[in-house]
Every structure is written in structure tokens, then in C-alpha cells.
Ligand binder design. Sequence first.
Ligand SMILES: Cc1cc2nc3c(=O)[nH]c(=O)nc-3n(C[C@H](O)[C@H](O)[C@H](O)COP(=O)(O)OP(=O)(O)OC[C@H]3O[C@@H](n4cnc5c(N)ncnc54)[C@H](O)[C@@H]3O)c2cc1C
Length: 460
Amino acid sequence: MTSNNPGPVPASGTQTRRKFLKLSAGAVAGGLVVERTYHYCTESKVKAKIVIVGGGAAGVTMSAYLSKLLRHVDITVIEPSEIHYYQPGYTLIAADVFTPGDIAKPTKDLIPSPVKWLKDSVIELNPDGNSLVTSANGRVAYDFLVLVPGCQMDFNLVEGLSRETLGEGNVHSIYDFKGAALCRDAIKQLAVTKQGRLLFTNTYTKIKCGGAPKKICLLTEDYLRQRKLRQYFDITYLANQNELMKPKVYGDRLLEIFRERAIPIKYKHRLVAVDTAAKKAAFEVLPEPTGNPIALDAPHERLVLDYDFLHVVPPMSAPDFVKNSAVAVPIDKVNQGGWVKVDKETLVHAKFKNIIALGDVAGIPTSKTGAAIRKQAPIAAANLVSLMEGRAPALKYNGYSACPVITQYGKVLMCEFGYDDKLMPTIPFLDPAVEREMWWMLKVHGLKPLYYQGMLKGRV
Ligand SMILES: Cc1cc2nc3c(=O)[nH]c(=O)nc-3n(C[C@H](O)[C@H](O)[C@H](O)COP(=O)(O)OP(=O)(O)OC[C@H]3O[C@@H](n4cnc5c(N)ncnc54)[C@H](O)[C@@H]3O)c2cc1C
């Protein structure tokens, strides 16, 4: 059930208009169901043992597509968590629009029945020997491997931070399920304290949903503004990068919105330490010229800011067992992620042709989102079957990703793009640089059912 207290709603929305927009959101979601990238309809009789590492968004979606494509299903998903989380809902938990229960479902209910679930964690990959090692079941052999273990949240790379202590010293992060609810409570508490210095940070690594740090900043600002408390708060956004967002058309509009809402932006500020007892945050101020990511040993000066509320984005990387294996992009001063080295179009590993990776762990130059996985999975599944049949992978992923940036309660800037920052709007005749109520309706009412009933079931 969605929360009974969905926060402020747009003042202009009449019941009829909202009903219409809700229906439109459903229609767009329905349209997305019809608009399939997946045309590989022939069932294959090929036999092989497939292991899927990770039962998150990409893992469940791949198991759904592959179990439809293969007559002889021998697929094992290795996933340690009994609960599967719809992560795009974390922002809406913090906004008090969704409840935590809306977005947490048992893993066993989502993995399709012919697929086996091994409740375990992978600790080592041996791609030369077509096997891996798990913490409880030891060695597991495979013929083909689908690597989808997502991102590792490296909170501990910021001194004084840890995932377990989120909430302490009013430090929050929506990049964690429990953290999102704590963040919601802290935002509500601001309406009680009625003053404060609020800092919202971004980090230096590639992250999942690059829009999320902006969303939580703008939502909090809107929450206070709608309660006529905005003037009592100093709100600052601090980013490691030197721009808000790519492609430029979205970045420019977001910049205007931050200006309109009087939220100063400090670029090239990397959060390096937090003192939760003293409520102080330390940043390294990065030198010119800059790129993203920036070498960690670049010269810098330090800035220490007092805060009353701090929202952090942890540095992210591939899980350690990926980083420490031969499947990863080698780590150097600039490439610190250790993401899986795959071809950006076929999603097949550059060296190990029986390995495919997609989702957050894939080392490809696009934004890490569930929307990207919706497009990647049918291509990756069809290409895997081609490899199993001894054919070359034929389908190509164009880098499509989407980030619905919530700019206020009731409005979303729908950012859709592909490789090389190419704009790829679902509705091409709409101005992409305009935040709209219909996208909010889609985000709140359309995308979750699309995820559970469409994507995870291999239907879109
Ligand atoms: C705050 C936030 C907001 C977001 N907003 C949006 C949005 O608006 N739109 C959008 O499209 N996307 C959004 N996303 C991004 C989206 O949720 C992710 O891109 C997507 O979930 C990634 O899927 P994945 O399968 O690659 O990784 P995950 O869904 O994270 O799944 C990885 C799985 O691998 C498992 N795993 C990890 N290590 C191991 C191991 N050693 N052995 C076995 N299994 C392992 C994990 O337990 C996990 O279940 C958001 C994410 C966050 C956090």
C-alpha cells in the first residue's frame, strides 16, 4: 500500500485532471509494455548450465527472459538476500509517498519456477576454469555466466561514515533501504526544528541513478517551501563533478531550477570525512582542470562545513569478488570502479565469451538504472542464447537509460538518453527540458507495476 500521507500535492491539480494524468501514466506504462525491444521468439533447444550471480533487477529479469527462450532450463540464480527491493522507490520512501512495505518483496516469489535459487554469496570468480566459489556451497561450475551483482556501496571510503550508522548525527542516505525511511523521518523533523544548514552531496565514482542526489535535494527544498519554512534553511548542493547532469539539455534545465530555488551549487567538492558528533563535513576542493572521475591523489585544499542535516552518496564500485578477478576493468588512479569489461553493445565479456554482464556492474558508458536494464536484458538474453548455439551475438544495446528526476512534489524532469549523450525520449514531440506532472504520475503510479509485472517477468 502507498503511504496515507503522500506529502504535498501540486496545488493546481484538480481531481479530474489528476485522474486523467494517472490514466495517462498507465497508458505510457502500457505503451512501454507494447514497445518491446525483444524479438527473439524462437525457443532454443540448446542445453547448457547457466549461473546468474545476483537476483536483483537484472538477475530476476534475465532469469525470466532466459527461461522463456530455452526449452531445457538449467539456470541457477545465486543471491544471498531473501528480500528483493525495488530501489527506484527509495526516493519515494524518503518523500513519504511510498512505504517501505511497498517496495520489498520475497525473492522466492520473483524468481520464475523453472529457475533454481541458491541462497548464497559468491566470493571468488575463476573465469579461466568456468567456475566460481560461494561462501556456503563452495565451488560451482557453469557453462555460461551472467554477472549481475550490482554496485557495492563503499560508505567506509568516507572517514566517519558507515552504512550501519546512517541516521547518527543526522547523516542520511537514500542509497539504502533503511536509510531512506530514516531520511524521511529527518526531513519531517526539519518542519519541527524550523531552521538549519542542509548539505546534499554527490560522490566521485560512477553511481547508480545519477539523478537521485538531485531528487532528494529538490524534494526536501520543496517540502520546506510548501510549509512556508524555506527561508529558515540554508541548503547547499556539493558535487564532485563540474556539471549537474548530462546530456546538456537536462543539465541546463536543472541548473535553472537550482537557481530558481536559491540552492547554491559547489562543484568539484568531494566529501572525504564526517564528524557526526560535531556535525562537521570535510570536503576536498578539486583543482582545475577536472574530469569525472578525478584521480584520488590530485592536489587539493580542504573545506570544513558545519551542518544540521547531511545527505550523502557513498562512493560505489563493483563488488570486491568482481574487482579482484580477471573479468574486471583493471583498477588504476582513474578507473577505480572495477566494473566488468564487456562490449558496450553486445554486453558479452571482452575476453571470456561465455560471460555476459549487465545492470549496475557492467563497465559501459551509460547511466546505471533499472530503465537501462529493461533495454539490456532482452538483448543480453538473446545474445547469450546465440553464444550457447555457437553463433555470434547479433543484438546491440544502444545505451538507453532513463532517470526521472523529481524536481518537486508533483513534477518530474524525464531524462532519457543513450550512448554519446544522444537524447532518446519515449515521446519525441514533447520538449524534453520541461518537468511535467504526467511524468510524476508515471513515476508514482506507473513504473512500479511496470517493474514487477513487466520487466521482472520478461515482458518488456
Ligand atoms: C536511491 C535510488 C534511486 C534510483 N532511482 C531509479 C530510477 O528512478 N529509475 C531507474 O531506472 N533506476 C533507479 N535506480 C537504479 C536501479 O535501482 C538500479 O540500477 C538497479 O536496481 C540495478 O539492478 P542490478 O540488478 O544491476 O543490481 P541490484 O538490483 O542492486 O541487484 C544486485 C543483486 O546482487 C546481489 N549480490 C551482491 N553481491 C553478491 C554476491 N557476492 N553474490 C551473489 N549475489 C550478490 C545483491 O544482493 C542484489 O540482490 C535507483 C537506485 C537507487 C539506489
